[in-house]
Design a protein around this ligand. Sequence first.
Ligand code: FE
Length: 353
Amino acid sequence: MLSTKKSLLAIVSTLGLSVGLTAAAPALSQPSQVLNLYSARHYQTDEALYAEFTKQTGIKINRIEADDNALLERLRSEGKNSPADVILMVDAARLWRAEIDGLFQPIQSKVLDTRIPKNFRSNDIGQGSQWFGFSSRARVIVYDKASINPKTIDTYEKLAEPANKGKVCTRSGSHPYMLSLIGAMYELQGEAKTEAWAKGMVANMARAPKGGDTDQIRAVASGECGVVLTNSYYLARLMRSTKPADMQVVAKVGLIWPNQNGSGTHMNISGGGVASNAPNKAAAIKFLEYLASDSAQQYFANGNNEWPIVKSVKTSNEALNKLGSFKQENVSIASIGKNQIHAQKILDRVSYK
Ligand code: FE
């Protein structure tokens, strides 16, 4: 009997199988020294971030980098056989999509529980999967200093007022950045007010929505648009640019932190979680905990001109420091993600392209 078991183990070992026999054969379940990272981030400073993790833990990182949609597509098609251990994405709207698709799993981590603020992570209850923010960004208002009085556009609501007819530009309303902003508004003000706002925005457009956030800022400088919405890091990126054309753009535009006397400026995150079928779960948790460490937080945020999510960590980004501090909106990022379905329905009803 004993020899039968021994020879069975020998066969299993030769085939590289461990199913159902791991308890009897501890030698087969050696801790893995590899982490498969699926990331929608691609910043030069991330190299140093990943190298430091390998140095600290001996765990090698295999990276798959693609934009968010391509990553989601790949994860869906790989299904249960996906080798992904950690998935990193940007914006709560996309993280929530990934959660609904069952791409994350729940994990236990005291480090993440204490270091990541509650409003910047998924609800632990419900879907049975978790994701965490690791950096934050704000959705801000940028305007033409030559033609616009900042007092007339210092809230998201004012952009939709009749006085701003023909002045407003945004990217497509269906983009995750817009869906999240509208999702937050829905959470704070309800459906009727949010729909009235969206209708007012459509009426005020200087042109049909097109391009990305940087294109909106450039359109302010060129005079095509008076006032636009953009994520903060696009402005910070232009501020750090040494290209004459970018410097000219920055010189012409002003920044508003919206809703400072009310609910505060809309915040979003870039973040991630442990993949639902992670072959190297322990390494994956270790990696997320590493991302929440002081030094990694600096790198992670700085790579895209964002703010660290761990409050005690200070940013060393000159452009961001120059922009100063502001009042942040305090809406749970999980509810924002969920509300994107309501947001899209509202946009469809008011024909916000
Ligand atoms: Fe972006």
